[in-house]
Design a protein around this ligand. Structure first.
Ligand code: F6P
Length: 555
């Protein structure tokens, strides 16, 4: 694998550095003097309409960012990913989440095998399973139909399924619900199984590696809960445990031998492949809970949405390529204007877990300090992604975005047609909601001057406190509705934004070594936490004091 281009040594980086010197954004003037601005800086990708005109952009900056992408060979790297080159260098793996959503009938040969055929084969199994649960053909040990799916997983085996389940509630089958257990804090499993009927519950244990401490521990807890509750109510007798597990537990993993060792029949397991990263896996078997809930047709539409965005990213010239442009824009703010964080603000309550999902996608991918050849990065990497749905955020943290001292580029997301159209006596409530969406980006861009504040009759001493400086950059993303396809498009959009940034920084966006040390130390600390004196004494003073405090307080 060739070494990454050091983006900071390119001609385009130098040009962008000069453009950033003494940069003075002035959105009021830009919009007043250039009536074509919005049209030139708005783009479509699939069903998404993306208005980038309220950003610190002009034609020169856009073309310089595109030149930067060319000079780091972004297009070649996109081709390498889609082709299945082993671009996840530190794990020596291909990166082929895009193959998960290739339509049936296409093919992609990797190591002599057609991975698209493998994907379609696994999807057929998942869909057959989904149909059995949804139709009531699959029954629990006492003959009852399944009403609750409990997904046990963490990280990519949790955040994607939860986010998509919440986002696609209007598409779910009535009478079915999903619950998600992720945290090893036993409260999570206790709360999610509280008052749950095991006879109508199906558990999906989702773990790519099937070694993750949280997931395996929670799977054991829930298996004990299920078997003991069934026994307590006389629903099963001793000796029926395996049969009950077979009727109430399925697994999702790339490690099917470990699934068998746990006691789940591999016939009840859905597989995926090492070339699917955990945070890129919601469209693999990891999405099984979602496929059951929304049904195979909707899941197919979800995959088709991803694929539409993949094709846009793979084939659209960079000047109009939305994920590439949004990724490059993030580079502009992060590396040339010192932005540290990036807000994602969905004006769609159903997307309330989308920012949390994006935190893993973007920060586990691009929070790196060495490049894919092991050399140190040459610029800042990895923005801190965060956000909450509007309008809730408006009443919490928007103050800082409007009037604080930090630069916080923000993506605003909204759909034209609500899932729950509602009128009160005076208004279409969705229009009240959208009024806020439109108002916020307008206020952030154009602000309010001291003279405008004075003209409202404000007393002079508080005029400055009421000034809005404006020029706060935002990107608005709109779609007709939050359908399964649009959700797939949105997820793939951010996957490819993340990829674009990773290429400019020269990093491997597909490994996650930074999660390992904490896991290893947690294991090593177990004897000390359990009270082994020698193990406690061997700790550093701070850790020792904390463990001693814990030991002194436990009842
Ligand atoms: O610890 C981080 C991580 O490896 C994530 O990358 C992954 O999504 C998560 O743990 C869960 O891993 P698994 O699906 O193997 O249980």
């Amino acid at each position: 694998m060739q070494s990454p281009v050091d983006a900071t040594t390119t001609e385009a980086w130098g040009r962008l550095s000069s453009l950033a010197q003494d940069y003075r954004p002035n959105m009021r003037t830009w919009f007043a003097e250039d009536p074509g601005r919005t049209e030139r800086l708005s783009f479509t990708a699939g069903d998404l309409f993306v208005d980038m005109s309220k950003n610190w952009l002009d034609d020169t900056i856009v073309s310089s960012l595109v030149d930067l992408a060319d000079q780091v060979h972004l297009t070649d790297r996109i081709d390498a990913m889609f082709r299945g080159d082993r671009i996840n260098v530190t794990e020596d793996r291909s990166v082929l989440h895009t193959a998960l959503r290739k339509p049936a009938g296409q093919s992609l040969i990797l190591d002599g095998k057609d991975v698209v055929a493998d994907v379609q084969g696994e999807l057929d199994k998942i869909y057959a399973f989904a149909r059995k649960i949804r139709s009531g053909e699959w029954r629990g040990i006492t003959g009852k139909t399944i009403r609750t799916i409990v997904n046990i997983g963490i990280g990519g085996s949790d955040l994607g399924p939860v986010m998509a389940y919440e986002a696609l509630k209007p598409y779910g089958q009535l009478g079915l619900e999903c619950r998600f257990i992720s945290n090893i804090d036993p409260t999570d499993a206790a709360e999610k199984t509280f008052l749950l009927d095991p006879e109508t519950t199906l558990v999906i244990v989702a773990s790519k590696t099937f070694t993750t401490l949280e997931t395996i521990t929670n799977a054991r807890i829930v298996r004990n809960w299920l078997l003991s509750t069934l026994k307590d109510r006389g629903a099963i007798a001793d000796g029926q445990e395996n049969e009950a597990v077979a009727k109430h537990f399925v697994a999702v993993s790339t490690a099917l031998e470990k699934v068998a060792a746990f006691g789940i029949d591999p016939a009840n397991a859905f597989g995926f492949w090492e070339w699917v990263g955990g945070r890129y896996s919601v469209d693999s078997a990891v999405g099984t809970a979602l496929a059951v809930y929304i049904g195979p047709d909707n899941f197919e539409a979800f995959l088709a949405g991803f694929h539409a965005m993949d094709e846009h990213f793979r084939t659209t010239p960079l000047e109009r390529n939305v994920p590439a442009l949004m990724g490059l824009l993030n580079i502009w703010y992060t590396n040339f204007h010192g932005a540290q964080s990036h807000a994602v603000l969905p004006y769609a309550q159903y997307l309330h877990r989308f920012p949390a999902y994006l935190q893993q996608l973007t920060m586990e991918s691009n929070g790196k300090r060495v490049r894919w050849d092991g050399t140190p990065v040459t610029s800042d990497t990895g923005e801190i992604f965060w956000g909450e749905p509007g309008t809730n955020g408006q009443h919490a943290f928007y103050q800082l975005i409007h009037q604080g001292t930090r630069l916080v580029p923000a993506d605003f997301i909204a759909v034209a047609n609500p899932a729950n159209p509602t009128r009160d006596a005076e208004n279409d409530v969705h229009e009240l909601f959208l009024g806020n969406f439109f108002a916020q980006t307008k206020a952030l861009a154009f602000g309010k001057t001291a003279d405008e504040v004075r003209a409202e009759g404000t007393r002079e001493e508080i005029v400055s406190a009421r000034v809005f400086p404006g020029n706060r950059p935002t990107t608005s993303i709109m779609a007709p509705e939050l359908s399964p396809s649009v959700l797939g498009q949105l997820i793939a959009l951010y996957e490819h934004i993340t990829f674009t940034e990773g290429i400019v920084w020269g990093i491997d966006s597909f490994d996650q070594w930074g999660v390992e040390l904490g896991k290893q130390m947690a294991k090593e600390l177990t004897p000390a936490v359990a009270g082994n004196e020698a193990a406690i004494e061997a700790q550093d003073p701070s850790t020792k004091a904390l463990i001693r405090y814990y030991r002194s307080q436990r009842v």
